[in-house]
Design a protein around this ligand. Structure first.
Ligand SMILES: Cc1cc2nc3c(=O)[nH]c(=O)nc-3n(C[C@H](O)[C@H](O)[C@H](O)COP(=O)(O)OP(=O)(O)OC[C@H]3O[C@@H](n4cnc5c(N)ncnc54)[C@H](O)[C@@H]3O)c2cc1C
Length: 472
């Protein structure tokens, strides 16, 4: 089917009155922020950023060594960033899917897939062990075909997934529509062993609670302004004081980085999401969705969508935005054209739901890198490490990213730190003023490829040849 584009998307009437904030964070269960740092202090480990990466690092570091003195410095509040704004799809992959893993890390893919499965198991076990009610549902995920050319692509993907031990099933149009009823569906690939869905803010808040119980100190509304190497310490400068830390872990996602090497490899790309009011029993019956699987369509520009615990539909993705100069901030949290487009596509997908209201709209920044998966580095004589670049698939992988960053800070030689995934760096994006046109051209080329039955044009083929990719 041909889709409307952002440029010609009128503001959709279903958006009237929607709250311009993330649904997940709009909850009375949000923890009260911790007081900002107001005096100089010291720490064994200072963690910058209280998203999943920072929180998993705090919990795993304390569990490994309860005596370690840890402070978490967060510019806003826990889960303020991508961790509180995402779709809540919990997937195992550490390589942003098996196909990207094959393209970039074939030699160690078996190890990476094993570690991915262990990581997801460890994530779920942590939620259970600490009584974190993140509303995790192990539903698996379905990639749906909405264009004829996507069916053979899904067949091919299924064969590859199966050869790596995944429990995957191909569905024809009737079988797909028996599970979830959209007139746009031509078929689907159900990844039964593909993780599930959760409430991401509740994962983050739960981890924060556990970290606090383990003795981690938190300072919210504490933006770190600079880092300085000072012999056996790194000085972490904040408005209210400085932390002299033995080790520093940067877990700042797609936000402007404190180190130049991170800014070279990460492009902050905005992705937008809408959430509807809860569906009535009749509305739910009209679309089925009894298995509550996370869904995504299969174009280069794709939507991801799912039910929430109270039966709303979260619908996001498709048109990602990179703003000139890597702009990040509250002024980009809403994009009327893209949100209007998402509303239009939601009702194209489920015309049975016409009249349903949208209650929440937001945008979040994705730490896009050219290899689409987490990347690591150290500086200050390996006293500072970072784990960034999950490129839109980090709900599961952040636990692994945090673990690796801790290994690097400990100078540990582990199976993890020997991975090429950990040692190799992605190709950097060009600096501005080239970065914006290159990414914008690539986004448009992906849109054109979707319109041409998935055929990649010369620009995308050139990037493929260079091993440079763009995704969100
Ligand atoms: C719209 C959207 C949908 C997504 N959907 C999915 C999905 O369904 N499944 C999936 O697996 N992944 C998804 N992702 C990706 C996933 O959310 C991220 O990979 C993951 O949350 C990254 O966590 P993080 O802790 O590294 O970064 P973040 O959660 O962004 O945390 C970084 C934190 O650092 C803080 N910070 C930044 N700079 C400073 C500073 N100088 N001083 C102090 N604090 C600072 C920020 O305030 C922020 O809280 C999505 C992302 C977005 C934006």
């Amino acid at each position: 089917m041909s889709r409307a584009n952002a440029a010609d998307a009128p503001v959709h009437p279903a958006l009237a009155g929607a709250a311009p904030r993330p649904f997940w964070l709009d909850s009375p269960d949000a923890p009260a922020p911790a007081p900002p740092l107001a005096a100089a202090t010291t720490a064994d480990l200072a963690i910058v950023g209280a998203g999943f990466t920072g929180l998993w690092a705090a919990v795993q570091a304390k569990e490994a060594d309860p005596a370690r003195d840890i402070v978490v410095l967060e510019a806003e509040a826990a889960a303020f960033g991508a961790s509180g704004r995402n779709g809540g799809f919990v997937e195992a992959s550490l390589t942003h899917g098996i196909l990207n893993g094959i393209a970039r890390f074939q030699d160690e893919l078996e190890t990476l897939e094993r570690m991915a499965a262990e990581n997801l198991k460890g994530l779920v076990a942590t939620l259970e062990r600490h009584g974190i009610d993140a509303r995790y549902e192990p539903t698996g995920a379905i990639a749906v075909a909405t264009e004829p050319h996507q069916l053979p692509e899904l067949e091919e993907a299924m064969a590859i997934e199966r050869s790596h031990g995944a429990d995957v099933e191909m569905l024809d149009a009737a079988a797909m529509r028996a599970l979830v009823d959209s007139p746009t569906y031509l078929g689907g690939m159900w990844h039964r062993s593909g993780g599930g869905i959760a409430d991401p803010a509740r994962i983050a808040w739960g981890l924060r609670r556990v970290a606090l119980e383990l003795g981690v100190r938190f300072h919210d509304h504490t933006p770190v302004q600079a880092l300085r190497d000072e012999g056996d310490r790194v000085v972490v400068e904040c408005p209210g004081g400085r932390v002299r830390a033995r080790r520093v872990l940067l877990a700042t996602g797609g936000y402007p980085a404190l180190l130049r090497p991170i800014n070279r490899i990460i492009a902050p790309v905005y992705d937008y999401v809408i959430v509807t009011e809860p569906l009535s029993t009749e509305q739910l019956a009209a679309i089925r969705w009894h298995g509550r699987q996370g869904l995504a369509d299969s174009g280069y520009r794709f939507h991801y969508y799912r039910l929430t615990a109270d039966n709303r539909i979260l619908f996001g993705g498709y048109e990602a935005m990179y703003y000139f100069g890597g702009g990040v901030g509250a002024h980009h949290d809403q994009n009327a054209q893209i949100l209007g487009l998402l509303a239009t596509h939601l009702f194209e997908t489920f015309p049975q739901l016409e009249g349903l209201k949208i209650t929440h709209t937001w945008g979040g920044v994705i730490d896009t890198c050219s290899r689409f998966c987490v990347t690591f580095g150290t500086t200050h004589g390996a006293k500072t490490a970072y784990a960034v670049g999950y490129t839109g698939l980090g709900v599961g992988a952040t636990r692994f990213g945090a673990r690796v960053a801790l290994d690097l800070l400990d100078g540990a030689d582990t199976e993890r730190t020997r991975l090429r995934l950990v040692r190799a760096r992605p190709l950097p994006f060009p600096p501005e003023p080239l970065r914006w046109p290159v990414i914008t051209l690539t986004r448009r080329a992906l849109g054109r490829a979707d319109e041409r039955g998935g055929r990649r044009g010369p620009w995308l083929r050139l990037l493929d040849g260079m091993g440079l990719g763009f995704d969100s």
